[in-house]
Design a protein around this ligand. Structure first.
Ligand code: AMP
Length: 416
């Protein structure tokens, strides 16, 4: 029997219903804030990710679905979407007028990751990108959008964890202090951290190894080494979040380790998630446009994993909101014709209805209704056609009644 590729799964039923509910909520909230959707191709040139995500990252080094196409191009199935959106904005000159550009995306990403719970090789992300504005106010706007999105999905106890990573120009001062600190206790850090301290010291703060995290106790804090403008920016964002009643904590170990990241880095934690609580991350990436060959344009954005969000919502809220359709069962050929006509009228007025088209025994159709979780069954036979009254069975109670044929649409709508 053919199976789906390892790490890639089919989505249907209750799980997909959470995906759909999340997507509808996202589109509503993004739309309200003036964000427009963008859809970029799944395949991008290898160079897009080498120049953005970076050759030293695990994603580019180990995790990309990368191949040469029949025309000899080196292509990649996108591991994330920001690089593609920035590439598109440059290619279509969307920023040449210097107007702010607000985009959101919903799409599949691909990473050849080691398998673990909640991690897939094809997964989904929803992201927001705000291009062309460097102000702390634009960050507050994006975080408010995120806050509304998660709150409307029913997640409570959200905490924004924030930090500032300064600018590439001001960072060397921090690097020097941090390297001196590292040198004093170098033997307590893992091999990877020894590599990171040379190539990208910020990444040491991010190490998942518990011993390294313990060795970091008392480390120099990057927000103590910010240039004046970055410090002002950071203070302003914090005061805006306070004004807006968005609860936040400062986390000096929260970093985005690539050079094009500047100033704000953040994550959202939810106590609904328990210990492993980071739900998403984002930050400011003022150097990314240049890195991809574009003009100098500031950018701020975040991406949330849809698979993970759906899992959390299932845990916290149970099944996604869903009303199964009513089922219309005709008995006999004459009724089958009339049922098609009645169903058409009902569908055209917006009623959600499934039509039994197999013919045959009522018992078999009722058993299907039970399995499908259908709550209202309409039965149309010769008797009903002659009397103009349809038989209605409420599955939960077993109760049965008759409705005038002309009132079916209205009465089904009342059902909620
Ligand atoms: P990243 O692009 O690595 O910053 O990830 C952003 C979000 O995408 C994470 O917080 C996860 O929710 C989600 N994510 C990343 N990788 C995977 C994966 N392999 N499977 C499922 N979700 C993922």
């Amino acid at each position: 029997m053919a199976q789906s590729v390892k790490g890639m799964r089919d989505l249907f039923g209750a799980e997909l219903r959470w995906f759909q509910h999340i997507e509808e909520t996202a589109r509503r909230v993004f739309g309200r804030h003036g964000y427009g959707e963008i859809r970029t191709p799944i395949l991008e040139e290898l160079d897009v990710f080498k120049r953005s995500v970076g050759e030293s990252s695990d994603i580019v080094n180990k995790e990309m679905y990368q191949f040469t196409d029949k025309g000899g191009r080196d292509v990649v199935m996108r591991p994330e979407n920001t690089a593609g959106v920035v590439r598109a904005a440059i290619q279509h000159k969307l920023l040449n007028a210097n107007d702010p550009v607000l985009f959101y995306y919903i799409g599949q990403q691909f990473r050849y990751e080691r398998m673990q719970a909640g991690r897939y090789r094809q997964f989904w992300q929803i992201g927001a990108e705000s291009f062309g504005v460097a102000s702390p106010e634009s960050e507050a706007e994006s975080l408010l959008l995120l806050h509304s999105f998660l709150t409307e999905l029913g997640l409570k106890s959200l905490v924004f964890s924030i930090n500032s990573v300064g600018t590439p120009e001001s960072r060397p001062a921090f690097h020097a202090a941090f390297r001196a600190f590292f040198a004093q206790r170098a033997d307590r850090f893992c091999e990877d951290c020894h590599r990171r301290i040379e190539s990208n010291p910020l990444r040491v703060l991010d190490c998942k190894n518990e011993q390294c995290q313990a060795a970091l106790e008392g480390h120099p804090v990057i927000t103590d080494h910010l240039d004046e403008a970055s410090a002002k920016h950071h203070a302003r964002l914090k005061s805006l979040l306070t004004e807006l009643d968005i609860p936040f904590v400062e986390n000096p170990r929260l970093v985005r380790g690539l050079d094009y990241y500047t100033r704000t880095a953040f994550e959202v934690l939810s106590s609904d998630l328990g210990a492993q609580s980071a739900l998403l991350g984002g930050g400011r990436y003022d150097g990314l446009f240049k890195q991809l060959g574009g003009p100098e344009v500031p950018g701020f954005g975040w991406a949330i994993g849809l698979d993970r969000l759906a899992m959390v919502l299932q845990q916290v809220r149970g099944d996604a909101p869903f009303t199964p359709p009513a089922l219309l069962i005709p008995l006999g050929e004459r009724a089958a014709t009339e049922a098609l006509k009645l169903a058409r009228t009902l569908w055209d007025t917006g009623v959600t209805l499934q039509l039994e088209t197999r013919g045959g025994a009522l018992k078999k159709a009722m058993a299907s209704a039970n399995r499908l979780g259908i709550q209202t069954v309409l039965i149309l036979g010769d008797g009903e056609l002659d009397s103009g009254m349809i038989t209605v069975k409420h599955m939960a109670t077993g109760e049965q009644e008759s409705w005038p044929l002309g009132e079916v649409a209205e009465r089904l709508a009342d059902r909620g």
